[in-house]
Ligand binder design. Structure first.
Ligand code: PHE
Length: 463
């Protein structure tokens, strides 16, 4: 045992490096931008009353999300291993205990659980490519569009088939490895998605209900907010940025030494947040223009957008492109969800990437059947008043990811010595000091506070 705290950096990655800073940013953006932005953000915003929820979410992204993301990248780059081994290594080096590896293990598990239902929803998107192409949405009424959706999710074999196909696509890319697999998948998708959402924004502005959508999203109605919904907003910040579970740590392990972590994290956060807000700005005017229920839940995007596409010129074309892009976005996120588990199996059990991807993929596929059935056969099978899908989502987004983030910032801010973290973040600049303040105080305390409030362990301030 040496007395010196903090290790030498400059370890080498076992699985290769990103070819450039841009490749890293694209990969992290590809992981961040996905169903979380376009499917989940609008529907949980609708379920939680709009304005105040959005504001809390934005606060969480900036004050908690940003420091957690920076911490994850810096730990990943310093450890240069899969999240379990990285935390064991850095734990021994900086904190005198390899038990820190449990942060990594929890992340591996969270990724597996999230992907189990994520793949089911991505399957919906996949199925909607075919539906859009067939022209069923052209001129369809709102009831017809709902009917198509309900008929589809009610048929468990169709949903299971789409889930199977999506898992197959994911395993295929992950098996091919860092350089060839992950990098190429993300290059065109995010800019294309952004442009298509801008075009849809044009449609929403013309619905005549755009103002209503904007005020729904940005006028805070504090009465609708409880500590339970604050926890959901916090969980969404983690989910949408792909943080708290080691995905970003795994990607950071392949990051060249000289790349700026702060700059990379900031670009990803800005891109991710703009796409989420843009998507809500597109969807809510359509909700109000057609008298739909903003709180209807997981089907929201699958009702609103096909309805809109069905009414516009070239709708078949745009709808098809949209669902292709959404599937792509989900695909590049799914890769990130699998990466911690796959890298862990490769590095600890000496398997090839392809073998590890198949093992993890089959496991995730099987767990996902629970979510497939949550929308049909087992729709009434509830535990704590939630379906299987809802329970897996709640447990991962609102508990495991924030807990992971709490431990990650605690480790980076309190356990890791100053020299090591400032080394990774480019010296003791003022940005470093802001990061350190957020990572030591704001993020962990905010997460803990919201947890305790949400489970009712802290009393209310006033009546
Ligand atoms: N951020 C992704 C999304 O918003 C989901 C995700 C979570 C991906 C965690 C990787 C890790 O869709």
């Amino acid at each position: 045992m040496t007395e010196e705290k903090g290790g030498s950096a400059q370890r080498t990655s076992l699985q290769g490096y990103w070819s450039s800073r841009m490749a890293f940013i694209l990969a992290v953006t590809g992981s961040a931008v996905g169903l979380g932005n376009i499917w989940k953000f609008p529907y949980i915003t609708g379920q939680n009353g709009g304005g105040a929820f959005v504001l809390v979410y934005l606060f969480c992204v900036v004050l908690v999300g940003m420091p957690v993301m920076m911490s994850e990248i810096l730990l990943g780059r310093r450890g240069r291993r899969n999240p379990v081994a990285t935390m064991a290594l850095l734990g021994a080096e900086e904190g005198g205990s390899t038990h820190w590896r449990w942060i990594g293990s929890m992340g591996v598990l969270a990724g597996i659980l999230i992907l189990s239902y994520y793949s089911v929803i991505a399957g919906w998107s996949l199925a909607y490519i075919e539906k859009s192409l067939s022209g069923v949405f052209s001129g369809a009424s709102s009831d017809e569009v709902s009917g198509i959706f309900n008929m589809f999710i009610g048929d468990w074999k169709m949903v299971a088939g789409a889930h199977t196909l999506f898992m197959f696509l994911t395993v295929f890319v992950v098996a091919r490895g860092v350089e060839r697999g992950l990098e190429q998948a993300v290059r065109f998708m995010v800019p294309a998605l952004f442009l298509l959402l801008l075009a849809l924004l044009g449609y929403s502005i013309n619905t005549g209900h755009f103002g209503e959508g904007v005020s729904y999203l940005f006028t805070p109605n504090w009465h609708a907010l409880t500590w339970g919904t604050v926890l959901i907003a916090l969980g969404q910040a983690f989910f949408t940025l792909s943080i708290g579970m080691g995905a970003i740590m795994a990607y950071g392990a392949y990051l060249p030494e000289e790349t700026s972590i702060t700059g990379s994290a900031a670009s990803v956060v800005v891109a991710d947040t703009s796409i989420a807000i843009l998507s809500a700005l597109v969807i809510f005017p359509i909700v109000f223009a057609n008298g739909l229920d903003s709180a209807e839940g997981a089907g929201l995007v699958f009702h609103t957008l096909p309805l809109a596409f069905g009414q516009m010129g070239g709708g078949v074309f745009f709808a098809t492109i949209f669902f292709i892009l959404l599937t792509f976005a989900a695909w590049t996120s799914a890769i990130g969800l699998m990466e911690p588990a796959v890298a862990w199996i490769v590095e600890s059990y000496g398997r090839t990437r392809a073998q590890a991807a198949v093992i993890v993929g089959v496991l995730i596929w099987a767990i996902g059947l629970g979510s497939v059935l949550s929308f049909n056969v087992l729709a009434d099978f509830k535990f704590l008043n939630r379906t299987i899908f809802e329970n897996v989502d709640y447990l991962t987004s609102n508990i495991m990811l924030p807990l992971g983030g709490l431990l990650i910032t605690f480790f980076a801010g309190w356990v890791m010595c100053r020299n090591s973290s400032s080394d990774e973040l480019g010296g003791a600049t003022s940005i470093y000091k802001i990061w350190r303040f957020l990572a030591r105080w704001v993020a962990p305390i905010a997460i803990l506070f919201v947890f305790l409030k949400a489970i009712g362990w802290l009393p209310e301030f006033s009546g």
